[in-house]
Design a protein around this ligand. Structure first.
Ligand code: MIC
Ligand code: SF4
Length: 652
């Protein structure tokens, strides 16, 4: 069979199972990344595995999400992360050095390697030809311990790119067009592989914009081949020695195919409150815009910022609009300083912020009341900006720049000829990436009072009767389950404190009710848990005693996270049953251990709704391995019980 690049890389990294659609396989993970917001938990979990160092080829711990240091908690986390990295052989990228995905692309990514990251936008490095997958922190901790990453072999969708982008139309418009066509559920259970002659016109940072937002499609990852453009990028990064050519076979087999003609695209915008609510900028042109933000792991590269700066050159941001910029990395910052773009930003009145996630995760730059906020980011889920009822529009850097000048949403094609951008000889300075010491024996792990012990679940009960504590609709993101933002993010290493905020945007009484009722059940619609990989959206409900989530279906990472903490992810067999169950209903599950134990791919579990006196048919779609995790009360319990990770013997 003619193979896709995805299959070739899967074959190279396969350590368990058989390649084939729907099969559970185990992949060897070469590299891992974590960021501070998920990293504290991941490293507490890694510590619990009892190993003396990581067993990957490379592991990097980034600090990029919470940089506000508005209380002691945040710096406590950073100090903990730095000491853990030194202890266990992990590179540490200091606060201010940049967003994990951008820095990884610049300094560490290697075509053909696997990368597992505790962040849903890890597929960004697919732009470099990596098999880069986002996962919960515990899965990343296991990979750091040398354990395979398990997944159900997804479909591979081949997207053929033809033609060439017109001036002022950019990589962001490519992925917005794909989101318009496929929606936020369109990539679930799939990997997206790009091919076709159109890709040669896209640089690595542009490809990375596209693979980055594949996360919003719900896709497991997205990948581009590694070609001459990849070589060019790695040469600029002075890392050409890691380049190798990687392509799919000619006429490779894809489970599904799609074609995009780059030449036919025009500037697009994802309107509130979902990244797939995509329209042409023309349709919304003239809409007043009070805030423009440039940055995030989607659009904060050197090219992105230089384009915006050249639009702003010798002009000013509109008086009714504020503009702020978070460069993607220190490297980008240094180089826009060197090429003068930084001066154009400052003179235009843009607020220059530090290299990091910033407003993308509600860490500052929250929009005011009734403000239309135009951002180059990737997510506009309700409240994600830090403001309830927000109006966030996602666009390309070109659209954002034109809009900042005019104070209204503007099609950048009105700006005249497209600026010529040349790549300079890049300044490269890795001084803010600390390599681990050769001898870590004297390194002490520093734990401030914000670093609380890991919560463990109990073994799964034989039967239970619990109330439905909340019923939610379709496409609920982990931003709604366990919100981010300046108030809650400092609590990521403190589950008891964080648990108080579970579902707060929808029902502030959730935590209190769950405690009063000694746990309960969550009922949800389709694509439950989309978005962020934060395992806190499973850990904190587990801490509150949630035993099961019954949904129409689940987003991949969140389902894995539920299993990893020992919460049962059940799916309605008949969607009409979703309509019939209500908050407050008492549900009874009998002989549930026995049913979970069955080693068949899909088990039907019947639930009694005692309040309504009805039966609900649900199914459990888990591998035998995952069933064991649920039964033991989560993966960490399982590892401890079975002692499955063993320290390799030091060579003599
Ligand atoms: C996000 O973009 O939602 C985040 C914040 O980067 C998350 C990780 C987190 O919640 O810490 C993600 O994408 O996984
Ligand atoms: Fe950071 Fe935003 Fe990217 Fe998440 S999506 S890693 S918050 S920049």
């Amino acid at each position: 069979m003619t193979l896709s690049l995805t299959y070739k890389l899967f074959r190279e990294h396969l350590v368990e199972g058989e390649l084939g659609l729907g099969n559970e396989i185990g992949l060897k993970i070469d590299q891992t990344l974590t960021q501070d917001a998920t990293g504290t938990m991941a490293y507490l979990q890694f510590e619990a595995l009892g190993l003396s160092k990581v067993m990957t080829e490379l592991s990097v711990s980034y600090v990029d999400h919470n940089l506000l240091q508005s209380g002691f908690e945040n710096m406590d986390d950073h100090v903990f992360l730095q000491s853990v990295a030194a202890k266990y052989g992990i590179y540490y990228s200091r606060p201010g050095n940049g967003i994990c995905h951008q820095v990884h692309l610049e300094r560490f990514g290697i075509p053909g390697k696997t990368l597992l990251g505790s962040d849903s936008h890890t597929p960004t490095n697919g732009g470099l030809g990596m098999l880069a997958i986002g996962a919960g922190g515990l899965d990343v901790a296991m990979a750091m311990g040398g354990h395979p990453f398990y997944l159900k072999m997804p479909k591979v969708v081949g997207i053929k790119l033809q033609g060439r982008l017109q001036p002022w139309v950019s990589a962001k418009d490519v992925i917005l067009e794909i989101l318009r066509q496929l929606t936020v559920k369109g990539g679930v259970g799939k990997i997206i592989e790009y091919f076709g002659e159109g890709i040669a016109s896209l640089s690595v940072p542009e490809r990375a914009t596209i693979t980055n937002m594949g996360a919003e499609l719900g896709a497991m990852t997205s990948i581009f081949p590694s070609d001459e453009r990849t070589k060019e990028y790695l040469s600029l990064q002075k890392r050409v020695h890691v380049w190798k050519s990687l392509q799919a076979d000619e006429n490779a087999y894809y489970d599904e195919k799609l074609e995009i003609d780059l030449s036919s695209l025009e500037p697009l915008v994802a309107c509130p409150q979902s990244p797939d609510n995509v329209h042409t900028v023309r349709e919304y042109e003239g809409m007043p815009v009070q805030q423009v933000l440039i940055g995030s792991c989607t659009n904060s590269s050197f090219k992105d910022l230089t384009i915006v700066a050249s639009v702003l050159k010798d002009k000013h941001v509109h008086p009714h609009t504020t503009m702020a910029v978070n460069p993607g990395s220190k490297q980008v910052y240094e180089n826009i300083a060197a090429n003068g773009a930084l001066t154009h930003f400052i003179m235009a009145g843009a607020r220059m912020l530090e290299a990091g996630c910033g407003g993308c995760i509600g860490m500052g730059s929250a929009p005011g009341t009734n403000v239309n906020s135009v951002r180059t980011f990737n997510r506009n889920f309700p409240g994600r900006s830090g403001t309830p009822n927000d109006n966030v529009y996602l666009v390309s850097p070109e659209v954002a720049a034109a809009t900042a000048l005019n104070g209204v949403l503007t099609d950048p094609r009105r700006l005249g000829s497209y600026p010529k951008i040349s790549w300079p000889e890049l300044h490269i300075d890795d001084s803010q990436i600390l390599p681990p010491p050769r001898d870590a024996s004297s390194v002490e792990i520093i734990r401030g009072p914000n670093i609380k012990p890991l919560p463990y679940n109990e073994r799964f009960p034989t039967r239970f009767e619990k109330e439905v504590i909340i019923k939610v609709g379709d496409n609920i993101s982990t931003d709604t389950i366990m919100k981010a933002g300046a108030k809650v993010l400092p609590l990521r290493s403190n589950i008891p404190a964080m648990a108080e905020y579970v579902f707060e945007p929808l029902d502030p009484s959730f935590a209190r009710l769950a405690k009063e009722k000694k746990g309960g059940i969550i009922v949800a619609g389709a694509n439950y848990g989309q978005g962020s990989s934060r395992e806190h959206a499973a850990l904190a409900p587990m801490y509150l005693g949630i035993k099961a989530v019954i949904a129409k279906n689940f987003a991949r990472i969140h389902k894995d996270n539920l299993v990893n903490v020992g919460i049962l992810p059940l799916e309605f067999v008949n969607e009409w049953d979703y309509e019939k169950v209500e908050k407050g209903d008492v549900l009874f599950l009998d002989d549930v251990r026995e049913q979970v134990t069955q080693e068949i791919p899909i088990t039907t579990i019947t639930i009694t709704n005692k309040t309504k006196n009805t039966l609900i048919a649900t199914k459990l779609d888990l591998s035998p391995r995952q069933r064991k995790y649920v039964l033991t009360g989560g993966l960490l319990n399982y590892v401890r019980e079975k002692n499955i990770l063993k320290e390799p013997k030091e060579p003599n």
